[in-house]
Design a protein around this ligand. Structure first.
Ligand code: NAP
Length: 344
């Protein structure tokens, strides 16, 4: 008999989540049936969209239940298999995070579209570790990569503004824009993050978006206007950028983390600039560009090996720290990609 530990939701938050909204429960897994696979999770990812899964109505997401298993990206190892397609030791990706062990029927995994227990075998070695599938090669990194290489056209010398620059989407996008010769202007919420963005990520300007003079500082940092925006943070940031956009510029929205917790206004100001400057606003999801996944993996692994891209992870040890890791996304205490080490 295998015992699993799971994180359950005990209450739905108003505003920011805190670890008290979660608890750990233990359960026995049933014996493995024909066609089934027993997986031990090694790492799980926490991501901003999960705050919306905590709401009773999450619009495009299935709300997390109170008192039941949660879902989220994870990478694990097959411990036992009675499925012809998997053997012990296989490394598999799934949406069965937030628990130590689970049983899969071996259904094929497609991010966000397959069942929570669907799995896909992932190749490791040659410099690729299992946790890379949640980090360097995970969905947030894909979002930063696809934003700039698929949804937008990068032109050397043009200016891109990227919010939440010290997050995963932001830091990956900043570096890809630099690799393509763009002027990169970004923002973050602490002096440490700003230093990291300037010294390690190599942006041209990194500003504190909490500064009262932020709008003026952003204008000064973009003397030739803004040709491309990648918005990760807030309607407030998006609104401040509108008057700086050059004619026909593109404003990409990956997300507005501020409104997931109700921290900020959900309103856009300065909207008249969209008409005056013939701007294009595009919301996108990483799933739209999965046909470029192989190119993404090849580029990101090569750039890391060549030292052309820096990828920072913040590892939280133990399943019991998963709630803390998720909550850290909303109080700004995480830099780079937060991952939870469950085993291994
Ligand atoms: N479209 C897609 O397919 C897709 C996929 C993945 C992610 N996303 C979105 O992309 C964005 C970035 O995701 P990520 O995983 O890289 O997370 P992230 O940027 O690391 O998000 C966490 C950071 O957001 C900042 N933040 C938190 N609350 C904020 C607020 N009220 N106002 C402004 N900034 C705030 C904090 O940084 P500071 O300390 O700098 O404030 C925090 O450390 C999110 O909006 C996410 O939902 C979209």
């Amino acid at each position: 008999m295998v015992r699993t530990r799971q994180v359950h939701l005990v209450a739905r938050p108003e505003g920011r989540p805190h670890p008290g909204h979660f608890r750990i429960v233990e359960a026995d897994l049933p014996p493995l049936g024909d066609g089934q696979v027993l997986v031990e999770n090694l790492y799980m990812s926490v991501d901003p969209y999960m705050r919306r899964s905590m709401d009773a109505e999450a619009k495009d997401l299935e709300p997390w239940p109170i008192g039941g298993p949660l879902n989220g990206p994870s990478i694990g190892r097959v411990l036992a298999s009675r499925h012809a397609g998997f053997v012990s030791g296989d490394i598999v990706e799934s949406m069965s995070g937030w628990q130590t062990h689970f049983i899969s029927n071996g259904e094929p995994f497609v991010p966000y579209l397959s069942s929570d227990t669907a799995i896909a075998r992932r190749r490791v070695g040659g410099g690729v570790e299992p946790r890379d599938y949640l980090g360097l090669l995970g969905i947030a990194s894909q979002t930063g990569y696809f934003a700039l290489t698929c949804a937008a056209t990068m032109r050397a010398g043009q200016t891109v503004v990227i919010s939440s620059g010290a997050g995963t989407v932001g830091s990956v996008a900043c570096q890809i824009a630099k690799l393509n010769g763009m002027r990169v202007v970004t923002s973050a919420g602490s002096a440490d993050k700003i230093r990291w963005l300037l010294d390690e990520i190599g942006v041209d300007a990194a500003l504190d978006y909490k500064s009262p003079g932020f709008a003026a500082e952003l204008r000064t940092a973009c003397p030739n206007g803004v040709d491309l925006l990648l918005e990760n943070a807030s309607p407030e940031h998006f609104s401040v950028c509108l008057p700086l956009m050059n004619p026909n510029a593109l404003m990409l929205i990956a997300g507005f983390i501020s409104i997931y917790t109700g921290d900020g206004k959900a309103r856009i100001e300065n909207f008249e600039y969209v008409l005056d400057r013939f701007l294009t606003i595009k919301c996108f999801a990483f799933m739209e560009y999965l046909d470029a996944f192989d190119r993404f993996v090849a580029d990101m692994t090569a750039w890391r090996q060549e030292g052309r891209i820096h990828f920072r992870e913040q590892i939280y040890d133990g399943l019991e720290r998963a709630p803390e890791a998720l909550c850290a996304l909303f109080d700004g205490t995480v830099t780079g990609k937060p991952l939870v080490r469950i085993a291994g």
